[in-house]
Design a protein around this ligand. Structure first.
Ligand code: KG4
Ligand code: ZN
Length: 346
């Protein structure tokens, strides 16, 4: 089966072609430079940019996969969650394409696609080593812990009650005056800083649930900088500040993930989403999983951030297991939970 998938939930326009688990192409156009002046994603600009770029990117994805449109067996697009108008551009383009090609169309939940991206290795999806796992999805818009009992069977354990971890990285970076997006910048500065220089709060670390909260941590950095404005003039002190903030975020994410995995009784932990690029988080999860005896699968960096390959891979798994799915018209946008996907058949 050859799938064409579209992802336009936020500020990446992406189209991928996947056949039998192989990623034939995965074209991702990031809008980072467009939003940099505003210090965050501007929904209206993101939507216009998707509209401008989607068809050229689809053509590019088909060309680099050396696939003619009539060879496509099904079309998938991100159904939600995400920025509503940004989602609509990709979702409606996907439906139109499926209509024109007379193929089935399937709407895919963005979070659910992140869940399966750690199983994409070296441009192929390999589910042969799949194990029940606890999965951390951590990015600019979401911080979620999920129990994946078996393929396509999962339960959300907890999520952030306010801001996502990536949002905290980005907002702290803005307070410090670092470039946008701030997460990778904090990571870069933290690499040469002292994580013990300052003791920032570890929100909800001790609470007996799988939820997160990062707004308070960001606020404590704001108060700290109001009291110590001169600190920003010293490059080493900025590195120490970044390292101290990063270690607080990472400790909460890693500790709560490991605790949840022990409680639900899985032996495998996975992680994906943009913040999974963070070197501190990768190292902490690797070391904690080694100590506690968990198998760990971190999404490859190119599949951590938003991409259409993960949408295509999940769409293919769903279509292959479509026996238990009800086909219905796909006017259910945006999906805000990990529910049944929208499926249309020609
Ligand atoms: O998954 P993603 O591309 O988009 C969303 O769905 O949000 O994640 C983007 C987020 C941003 O907040 C960005 O700052 C963060 O991931 N991020 C990082 C790193 N690379 C990306 N945060 C910390 N360290 C990094 N190396
Ligand atoms: Zn995402």
């Amino acid at each position: 089966m050859t799938i064409l998938a579209i992802e336009t939930s936020c500020d990446e326009t992406s189209v991928a072609i996947v056949r039998a688990g192989r990623i034939l192409s995965n074209v991702v156009a990031s809008q980072i430079s467009l939003h940099a002046d505003y210090g965050g994603v501007v929904p209206e600009l993101a939507t216009r940019e998707h509209l401008r770029n989607l068809l050229p990117i689809a053509r590019n994805a088909l060309r680099s996969a050396a696939i003619e449109p009539r060879r496509i067996d099904a079309v998938a697009a991100t159904q939600g969650p995400g920025l509503p108008n940004a989602l609509l551009t990709g979702f409606k383009a996907g439906q139109a394409l499926a209509f024109a090609l007379e193929t089935p169309f399937i709407g895919i939940n963005h979070h659910e696609a992140h869940l399966y991206s750690p199983w994409i290795i070296r441009d192929a999806a390999d589910f042969s080593a799949f194990q029940p796992n606890v999965s951390l999805i951590v990015s600019g818009g979401h911080t979620i812990l999920v129990h994946v009992r078996s393929e396509l069977d999962h339960q959300v354990l907890g999520s952030t009650i306010d801001e996502a971890a990536g949002e905290c990285f980005d907002k702290v970076a803005k307070l410090i005056g670092l470039a946008y997006p701030g997460g990778p910048e904090v990571d870069r500065f933290a690499a040469e800083g002292n994580p013990k220089a300052h003791n920032f709060p570890r929100p909800m670390l001790r609470e007996p649930n799988d939820d997160f909260s990062f707004a308070g941590l960001k606020t404590s950095v704001r108060y700290f900088l109001q009291k110590n404005p001169d600190l920003l003039k010293d490059a080493q002190k900025v590195r120490d500040l970044c390292a101290s903030v990063q270690v607080a975020i990472v400790e909460v994410l890693a500790t709560k993930t490991i605790r949840a995995a022990h409680r639900v009784g899985v032996r495998c932990i996975t992680a994906s989403g943009g913040v999974t690029c963070n070197r501190g988080l990768r190292q902490e999860l690797e070391s904690a999983c080694r100590t506690e005896g968990f198998a760990l699968r971190l999404a490859e960096r190119q599949f951590c951030t938003d991409n259409a390959a993960m949408i295509a891979v999940l769409a293919e798994r769903k279509l292959m297991n479509s026996a238990d799915q009800t086909a219905f018209d796909a006017e259910v946008l945006p999906a805000m939970s990990l529910g049944q996907p929208a499926v249309t058949t020609p």
